[in-house]
Design a protein around this ligand. Structure first.
Ligand code: FES
Length: 111
């Protein structure tokens, strides 16, 4: 077990916090392993389904960084709920830099 902390607000508004997350896992994998409601990860992390859409907490945006072109294109397909802090959780890889990150599952991930 790792030692990084991740907080996720699921699609029902329930706040889940985990303090034993392994470095190197992406947030979609973390959510799936912990049963966070609303994250499906249908494509297995290939950046081609957008069922792992999350909103990154404002204070974490700078550290997470901008989506690359492929991710940006996928996010565009969920434009009804897209926000400036929209990211695909499978593209956010846990590292010491992101220890303590907080994200909220986007409603579109629950269709
Ligand atoms: S799991 Fe499919 S885009 Fe993230």
């Amino acid at each position: 077990m790792g030692s990084l902390t991740v907080t996720m607000t699921d699609v029902n508004g329930e706040i889940r916090s985990f303090s034993d997350v392994d470095e190197g896992l992406n947030l979609m994998e973390v959510a799936k392993a912990r049963g966070v409601e609303g994250i499906f990860g249908d494509c297995g992390g290939g950046c081609s389904c957008a069922t792992c859409h999350v909103y990154v907490a404002a204070e974490w945006m700078a550290k997470v960084g901008e989506p690359d072109d492929i991710e940006f294109g996928m996010l565009d397909m969920v434009s009804d709920v897209q926000r400036e802090n929209s990211r695909l959780s499978c593209q956010i890889k846990m590292s010491a830099d992101l220890d303590g990150i907080s994200v909220t599952v986007a409603p579109a991930s629950s269709y």
